[in-house]
Design a protein around this ligand. Sequence first.
Ligand code: GN1
Ligand code: MG
Length: 371
Amino acid sequence: MTDLARRIAKIGTCFAIEGRFVDGREIESGYINTTYLASYQDEKGEVSRYILQRINEHVFTDPQAVMQNIERVTEHIREKIYREDPQFSGQVLKLYPGHDGASCVTGPAGGIWRCYNFIEGCRTYDVVENTRQAYEAAKAFGAFQELVSDLPAEHLAVTIPDFHDTPARYRRLREVLEKDSHARAAAAKEELEFIEERADLMGLLLAHLKAGRLKERVTHNDTKLNNVMIDQETDQAVCVIDLDTVMPGLGLYDFGDLVRCATSPVGEDERELSLVEMRMSMFEAIVQGYLEATHDFLSPLEIELLPFSAKLITLETAMRFLTDYLEGDVYFKTQREGHNLDRCRAQLALVKSIEEQEEEMLAFVKNWHPA
Ligand code: GN1
Ligand code: MG
């Protein structure tokens, strides 16, 4: 057994998991938490797999509040699915508690850990391969919003304040730029100008919220494509994962983030910017999947703002990557020098591509009608 597998086995002993530990490895796709996949074998020889995950306490300063939100949301969804469609009850995230019944534990070498079931027969994608996957991912996030639409937003804690407050993200970028603690601002001059030119757009959604024209809902807040488990054989979306940022928010940011992650043919850190593109075919599939699940409860204004939300969240994400680059890469995990700057540049290329097609995107949304 490798040292890593041994460490994973030790963490696993903290949880109420049945069977004998047989194998463990790291899953490296997230930027924030540390995630391991662990396999256990029972007496009959059957293998069950679990996710063991360490919560990044630098990002989530109140892990208990995060866990409470997740418990509330998973229980709500499980009960509802069980009532309406019991066959799907195994395809929802389930927390395995520690031996004292708590939903998270302190690991043998420290850190706050939790354990989930692993959804079998599925995989995740960083880039969509076809419109079917885009449609399915959007339907899954839409269905998630629908499932929690009757859960009052105030029942959930705000675990990261101002998470999708784009003007606040801009202010923070400007503060970090002012300090320029790692002398990196000069490398990002063009990017900073591009962002500045769009400063007027940043407060639009929050202004609608403040004026009562948009409603706060329970939202996922991290609708990355690789947060949907997709069935390997049928390409059907089975389950939405990564519920750490589930909290009160605007549904539009969730939709927009999906367009950001699932329309470009290349990854979010692509260096060859000419390859970054908002593909209309993928956008149409996303609108289709999302609205099929949500049109009953979305307002006309929310529907009209869908294309704008894609531009806004992409700009916001670019600012977050740039802020982290200027601060010395302290928030997002990076794999190479300048990784956060590359990510920022790819996001801005996507903003440009969205702007070029915004009218067409709006026309498609306005013409959409339920079948
Ligand atoms: C982070 O952990 P992960 O990779 O799912 C981030 C998201 C960003 C995303 C960009 C808590 O998500 O907000 O959109 O990276 N999560 C947090 O890829 O900040
Ligand atoms: Mg996440």
